[in-house]
Design a protein around this ligand. Structure first.
Ligand SMILES: Cc1cc2nc3c(=O)[nH]c(=O)nc-3n(C[C@H](O)[C@H](O)[C@H](O)COP(=O)(O)OP(=O)(O)OC[C@H]3O[C@@H](n4cnc5c(N)ncnc54)[C@H](O)[C@@H]3O)c2cc1C
Length: 442
């Protein structure tokens, strides 16, 4: 049967030759062996958010994990086990019933598979580190069709590799994460400000970057959302605590008189739906990554905003594009050595994400060029005087037709990863994501 899977970005849609709606590790294993015997390429689809098409394939086989979304919570031992096709909403909702949570993505319709295997971060990262820092074990179907468990005590070198480069090593059918007490509601919300408030918002963000120890986080940027499509400053704030405490910290931001303010106390799981409606399925979309150092220079950010505004005037249908600077405390991330696992981006720099959004394929190259140009500007100008050796977050570098330098993603872990790739996947079956078997090593 021919089937075209629905993707977050229309740019990632491909006409698969066949889609295997996997229900078990056994199905996946048989599919991999079949595809290898018949020399058919195979792609793995978790939450379907890749914008580069790394979970899609034209004319070949897609293993679709969307029927594998079970979640089991062991509240006594504070662990959660979720199947490889689960979305973050599945995990957030299941764990919340027990007053527990783990670190997950900030948009709850993303897949735990792609987010986790590439490193993963979210609002709780400031307190508990990366998603991979909370991963206890993973069950994987390997390129030879075998099902293995990888943890600190079992297949530990594979476990080292899958925490940051997992897409290269197999199909994860089950993840087990540690859980943390999350008994209270949190305070969070989305705010929109008119453009003249930009400098004040940047100054407030710089203040949060300098003061937070992980209990709060902020992301700000630009978009021109419907219905008005006016370029606005968009802010998401998060405080792990009650409103009274949050307001002592975030009060100065609210006093800037946002034109929209949805901040309120809410269950933790709701925070991860705040950005859902600015990240809807059904458009042409693309992700591009940059990193930056705080404090951000207000003049520089203003110049980016002006660039965004001018671009929206030129291509009005691009107005729902998003440029977002994330300030999530790096203390916990940096406590782990960059060589402790494949995920290597553990400097004191922050992530920015470029999310162009448009509708007409005629603008594909122009949109990509714009996102790349803005990403380069942030990477090259935001904190350029600091000697920090800034890497690239693989999951945000979801670029099409461009190989992101593997060294930027994996740093000094690259050679060890390539050695493990040759051991576990010598024929390069899992080759659609940032591919460790790529010949050119930058
Ligand atoms: C709207 C949006 C919000 C985001 N927010 C965050 C965020 O808060 N934090 C963050 O860290 N990142 C975030 N990201 C980036 C995100 O980590 C990547 O887009 C990620 O690849 C999405 O995974 P997926 O399973 O949904 O996508 P897919 O397209 O299904 O998969 C992406 C890659 O992972 C592979 N894969 C997926 N599941 C499995 C599995 N079980 N076993 C083996 N391989 C698998 C696929 O083959 C593909 O190569 C966001 C992305 C988007 C589009």
């Amino acid at each position: 049967m021919q089937k075209k899977l629905k993707r977050w970005s229309l740019c990632a849609e491909r006409q698969a030759g066949a889609v295997v709606l996997a229900e078990s590790a056994e199905h996946i294993s048989q599919t991999i062996l079949f595809s290898r015997e018949n020399l058919i390429s195979v792609a793995v689809c978790g939450g379907g958010h890749s914008t580069a098409g790394s979970s899609s394939v034209e004319g070949a086989i897609v293993i679709d994990l969307s029927s594998m979304r079970n979640v089991d919570v062991d509240a006594n031992n504070k662990i959660v086990t979720a199947q490889g096709g689960a979305l973050w909403v599945d995990v957030d909702v299941a764990t919340e019933k027990y007053g527990l949570a783990t670190v997950g993505g900030t948009v709850n319709h993303t897949g735990i598979g792609g987010v986790t295997l590439g490193g993963g971060h979210g609002w709780l990262t400031g307190k508990y580190g990366q998603v991979v820092d909370n991963l206890l074990s993973v069950k994987l179907v390997l390129a030879d069709g075998s099902l293995v468990t990888a943890s600190e005590t079992e297949n530990s070198e594979l476990f080292w590799a899958v925490r940051g480069a997992g897409q290269n090593f197999g199909v994860a059918v089950e993840f087990t994460y540690s859980l943390h007490d999350q008994p209270n509601r949190v305070w969070a919300g989305l705010l929109l400000f008119s453009s003249e408030k930009l400098e004040s918002v940047v100054q407030f963000t710089n203040h949060i970057a300098a003061t937070t120890r992980g209990e709060n986080a902020i992301a700000f940027g630009f978009s021109a959302p419907a219905p008005l499509h006016l370029p606005r400053v968009i802010v998401v704030v998060f405080y792990d605590g009650v409103a009274n405490d949050a307001l002592k910290v975030v009060g100065p931001l609210l006093s800037l008189e946002p034109v929209m303010n949805t901040t309120a106390e809410m269950p933790y799981s709701t925070v991860n739906s705040i950005l859902n409606h600015v990240s809807l399925h059904g458009s042409r979309r693309y992700l591009n990554a940059a990193t930056f150092l705080a404090p951000l220079n207000v003049t520089f950010v203003r110049s980016l905003f002006d660039d965004f505004r001018d671009f929206c005037q030129k291509i009005p249908s691009a107005s729902e594009s998003l440029v977002l600077f994330e300030i999530i405390c790096r203390d916990k991330i940096c406590q782990v050595s960059p060589s402790a696992m494949a995920y290597a981006n553990r400097g004191r720099y922050y992530n920015a994400v470029l999310g162009p959004c448009w509708h007409d394929p005629a603008f594909d190259s122009e949109m990509r060029a714009w996102a790349k140009r803005i990403a380069n500007r942030i990477q090259n100008e935001a904190g350029k005087d600091d000697p920090a050796d800034r890497g690239t977050y693989a999951n945000y570098a979801n670029v099409m037709d461009v190989d992101v330098p593997l060294r930027d993603i994996f740093g000094q872990n690259l050679e060890k990863l390539q050695m493990l790739k040759a051991k576990y996947d010598p024929d390069n079956v899992f080759n659609k994501w940032h591919n460790l078997a790529r010949r050119t090593v930058n």
